[in-house]
Design a binder for this molecule. Structure first.
Ligand SMILES: [Zn+2]
Ligand SMILES: [Zn+2]
Length: 157
């Protein structure tokens, strides 16, 4: 196919192929693909009937190839739950903060979708709230410990 071959119907548009029957250049608006072959509109109509005026030549690309767009909550809330649990054993403030962050991101993504369900929302909010509560609880249990530690290290001020 020559680079400057133009569509027989649209002389300003570059042809993307040639008709298998008449051999004329056809642009992407005019091409009709049937059984893997390209045809111009009039030959496609003559050969295959008028109902197939324009067969989709390429499968429509997914509008947003995002996993969240397909429904569901994605892996983030579950990562949040895992972080909540990990924080019970190691580096509590680090993992619980991470739990809050990832669940919050998940919650924002889910609520941005028009079709999110209450369950999706809950799945995201539970680790977020749990992480936040655990952090608050941790801070309150640490305050007396830290003051005891400071007292031990530096004596009374
Ligand atoms: Zn043709
Ligand atoms: Zn055309």
């Amino acid at each position: 196919m020559g680079k400057n071959l133009k569509c027989y119907e649209h002389p300003t548009l570059d042809a993307v192929g040639v008709c298998s029957i008449c051999g004329k250049g056809i642009c992407d608006k005019c091409e009709v693909e049937i059984g893997g072959k390209l045809y111009c509109k009039s030959d496609a109509d003559k050969t295959f009937g008028t109902q197939r005026a324009k067969a989709p030549t390429v499968p429509a690309p997914p509008a947003i190839p995002s996993r969240a767009a397909k429904g569901g909550v994605g892996p983030l809330p579950f990562v949040g739950i895992i972080f909540c649990i990990l924080g019970l054993f190691i580096f509590p403030p680090v993992f619980w903060s991470l739990a809050v962050i990832v669940s919050h991101i998940a919650q924002k993504r889910v609520t941005a979708r028009p079709d999110y369900s209450r369950l999706d929302y809950l799945i995201c909010v539970i680790p977020e709230a749990a992480g936040a509560l655990l952090l608050v609880w941790w801070v309150f249990t640490m305050i007396p410990l830290i003051s005891q530690f400071l007292e031990y290290m530096f004596g009374h001020f």
